[in-house]
Design a protein around this ligand. Structure first.
Ligand code: G6P
Length: 367
């Protein structure tokens, strides 16, 4: 493996830029405009079997775990099935209860992460049903699962996951849509979401076009030793993934927190030296989120707000990054993309090897 894409640019950068195409490949042939649903042939589950699922449990590591949290919310919102995500390692070490009517979902770019693989094997050994959301065809996780959704993101080389992550998100949206449409999600809502998914590749391109502005903000953030990334509900896994990416390649301390939990502790740390990156989508929670921004601003905390053009931040003095609005349920994907560029440019300014961060491996295959 050679560093960079051969044109002097880090692999992570080219992989960020490839996202419109990779998301397009994940969607290809899987959307049904007429019935407002998705077809996932690899699941090998008919409508009756899909309806029998009472719970969805998602397992992965690192970015795959965080996108799993985004996926759990999608499943709950679109299919109204209880769903949650857990780090695959924690799951396998705690003697989990495996239920016959739970659908287990293993998420992995490489398909070789040992914790995810051993979680799958533990579920299978206890008679559970596991599907994979995997990028690498024929990998160990893909082979161990009962079926699944290949992401078709293309090869991902940089340690920090970008295009695999966004395609995982799309995989979850397809799964949630199909689960929803065999239950109570209406055909109108299904069609609305199909149209939203179809818009994503072009909208990712629109976010990428704002790179210069994001690079400026990254250079400012890179000066801080420590910062927070905050979000609420849909925004929280976005904040977690944003903080993870920032710390893994810039080596700055970046901590993710739920917006409402700030006042139960970390608010004590807010000061002019500790900036906060806040995820504030235009949705039913905007007012609550804006109120929390005031709390941060009142303590002199600098703010970078990733939001939508429609959100009125009033007199707050903030740096804002506006991303295109999609259907509210699908917003997390576009909110994630600027955070990739933020981490990337911060690492670049600090002179780090973006593609090979210290102490980290692309896939962790030993325990
Ligand atoms: C490593 C990588 C992360 C990745 C995680 C899961 O920790 O550094 O970027 O998210 O493994 O990898 P997987 O291949 O299972 O998605």
């Amino acid at each position: 493996y050679e560093h960079g894409a051969g044109d002097g640019r880090p692999r992570m950068y080219t992989e960020i830029l490839e996202q419109p195409e990779s998301v397009d490949r994940t969607l290809r042939g899987r959307l049904d405009e007429r019935f407002g649903t998705a077809h996932l042939g690899g699941l090998d589950l008919d409508a009756r079997e899909l309806r029998a699922i009472r719970r969805v449990k998602i397992l992965g590591c690192g970015s795959a775990y965080y996108v799993g949290q985004m996926g759990a919310l999608l499943v709950e919102e679109l299919a109204r099935i209880p769903a949650d995500a857990e780090a695959a390692s924690e799951f396998r070490y705690r003697n989990p209860i495996i239920e016959p009517d739970t659908l287990y979902v293993a998420v992995s770019q490489s398909g070789e992460t040992i914790d995810t693989l051993l979680a799958v094997e533990e579920i299978k050994r206890k008679g559970g049903r596991v599907i994979g959301l995997v990028n690498v065809v024929g990998s160990a996780v893909a082979r161990a699962c009962d079926g699944g959704i290949y992401l078709h993101a293309g090869p991902e080389i940089a340690v920090a996951s970008t295009k695999a992550l966004t395609t995982m998100y799309v995989g979850f949206a397809l799964l949630a849509l199909q689960l929803g449409r065999v239950r109570d999600l209406s055909v109108a809502d299904g069609k609305r979401l199909v149209a939203g998914l179809q818009k994503l590749p072009a909208q990712i391109g629109q976010v990428l076009a704002t790179e210069d502005r994001i690079a400026e903000l990254a250079a400012t953030l890179a000066r801080s030793e420590s910062m927070f990334f905050v979000g609420r509900v849909r925004g929280f896994p976005v904040a977690r993934e944003g903080a993870q990416k920032f710390k893994e390649i810039s080596y700055r301390h970046a901590e993710a927190y739920q917006m409402s939990e700030l006042k139960h502790g970390p608010l004590a740390l807010i000061s002019p030296d500790v900036p906060t990156v806040a995820i504030v989508p235009d949705d039913e929670l905007t007012d609550r989120n804006v109120a929390a921004l005031h709390e941060i601003a009142a303590r002199g905390g600098p703010l970078v707000v990733v939001t939508h053009a429609g959100v009125d931040l009033g007199a707050l003095e903030v740096e804002r990054i506006d991303v295109p609005k999609n259907e509210t349920e699908l917003d997390p994907l576009l909110l994630t993309v600027p955070l990739q560029l933020l981490a990337y440019h911060a690492a670049l300014v600090l002179g780090h090897d973006v593609d090979k961060p210290r102490n980290l491996a692309k896939s962790v295959t030993v325990e």
